[in-house]
Ligand binder design. Structure first.
Ligand code: ATP
Ligand code: MG
Length: 391
């Protein structure tokens, strides 16, 4: 192993950091890394990928392409990932030569809902009552108490894709057939009072810092709005969320940025939903609302730099900009950017995606301001100008 590959080495600005995946999360990682003076290399097969377009190097190849992985290893001195469905094997291979954060083992657990839930349980964090459905026997053995429920594919789901709500055993069977009998998890449908998430960053030495707990509103299974300000989640609940997330990260011996999503139930209890082994859509507000963003935390953990506790300096509300906003009455249009940017504290992010399909994450808008009331007022006005439903 060369000196460059020593996992404990701190990589200072001027080094090249690699990322598997070229989506918007990779793009914002690249922006953070470049701002700090790093060079970047992105591996993504799509020529027009949001991160590939802004990176110093863009390798256009499949994630398991031997030549491309070797080239990434030549270019970059440490490698991270921006989505959990990158083959864990690619991370494992890169990990033979360079620091890789998060590691392949943690990503492999996050890729599979059944394994993820088993990990939560091992860490003493309760999740929704559920059953793993791999075969006919599992299906037949499902407890009626899990209905009505949500059948979720164990792998490759995102933004509510690969999920079907089922009320009866017949619907459950039909849904499993429709999901092509893929390994699934059936979760009991819970009465949600609210949803929240938290981003933690854990260094190579085990030191951890976190962003404040974020309150999330989903619409049709997709994150629509994130609010982060005092009182958006009760302090006692927020503490439980942070403690549980720290336990989950520690249990994985995690290095990198991890986001864990929770459900707050009507009876006051909390259950964990899922985790993302990377920055998360609900943490985007931190770019303008905190003095260290989730993407800078990703750079710092990857490079082995110190982690200082991020401080939120402004209340923030983030609105997701889905492809739907580009359409009205069947006609394509440009959302009213000028109108939105006339609002104080409006920060527009567009990911450079050409094709505005309904449900596709095209960008986000973060509103910051001096106090919660001001931010809510401008966020609601921005939503109105864009055609996003009030919240
Ligand atoms: P992501 O884009 O966050 O990866 P995903 O496709 O993995 O999404 P989940 O987080 O499992 O999906 O679910 C999406 C949303 O569906 C949740 O945020 C919540 O609003 C709702 N939901 C999921 N599971 C349940 C449940 N057991 N009870 C009630 N609502 C649920
Ligand atoms: Mg989710």
């Amino acid at each position: 192993m060369s000196a460059a590959a020593t996992p404990g080495r701190v990589l200072l600005p001027g080094a090249t950091l690699g990322v598997l995946g070229g989506g918007q999360l990779g793009r914002m990682f690249v922006h953070a890394a470049q701002r700090m003076g790093y060079f970047t290399a992105v591996l993504d097969p799509d020529e027009h990928s949001p991160a590939g377009r802004v990176s110093h190097h863009h390798l256009r190849a499949d994630y398991l392409d031997d030549v491309a992985l070797a080239r990434l290893g030549d270019l970059a001195e440490a490698i991270t990932t921006e989505f959990e469905n990158v083959p864990a094997d690619a991370l494992a291979r890169l990990g033979e030569r360079h620091p890789v954060a998060p590691g392949a083992a943690a990503v492999a657990i996050a890729q599979d809902r059944a394994e993820e839930k088993a990990h939560f349980t091992r860490c003493g964090v309760p999740c929704a009552p559920n059953a793993v459905i791999d075969n006919e026997e599992d299906l037949a053995g499902v407890d009626d108490a899990l209905l009505p429920g949500i059948l979720k594919t164990a792998r490759l789901g995102y933004d509510g894709k690969g999920q079907v709500r089922v009320a009866t055993r017949d619907e459950l069977r039909a849904a499993w057939e429709a999901l092509k009998r893929a390994p699934c998890v059936l979760e009991k449908l819970l009465p949600l009072a609210f949803e929240c998430s938290v981003v933690v960053a854990r260094g190579r030495d085990g030191a951890m810092v976190h962003l404040p707990v974020q309150r999330n509103l989903h619409r049709a299974g997709i994150l629509a709005v994130t609010e982060v300000h005092e009182g958006c989640v009760a302090p006692a609940q927020a503490k439980r969320v942070i403690d549980a997330t720290r336990a989950i990260a520690k249990g994985l011996d995690y290095v990198g940025v991890l986001c864990v999503e929770f459900f707050g139930l009507e009876d006051g209890s909390l259950v964990v939903n899922e985790m993302a082994p990377r920055p998360h859509n609900s943490g985007h507000w931190s770019i303008e609302g905190a003095d260290v963003s989730q993407f800078e935390l990703q750079v710092r953990t990857l490079a082995g730099l110190p982690l200082t506790p991020p401080r939120q300096h402004s209340p923030a509300i983030m609105l997701n900009l889905l492809g739907d906003l580009w359409w009205r009455d069947g006609q394509e249009r440009t959302p009213d950017w000028a109108g939105v940017l006339a609002l104080p504290g409006a920060h527009l992010h567009l990911y450079g995606k050409a094709d505005a399909r309904p449900g596709r994450k095209m960008g986000h808008l973060t509103l910051t301001g001096p106090d919660v009331a001001a931010v809510r007022t401008t966020a609601l006005e921005a939503a109105r100008r864009l055609g996003i439903g009030a919240f």
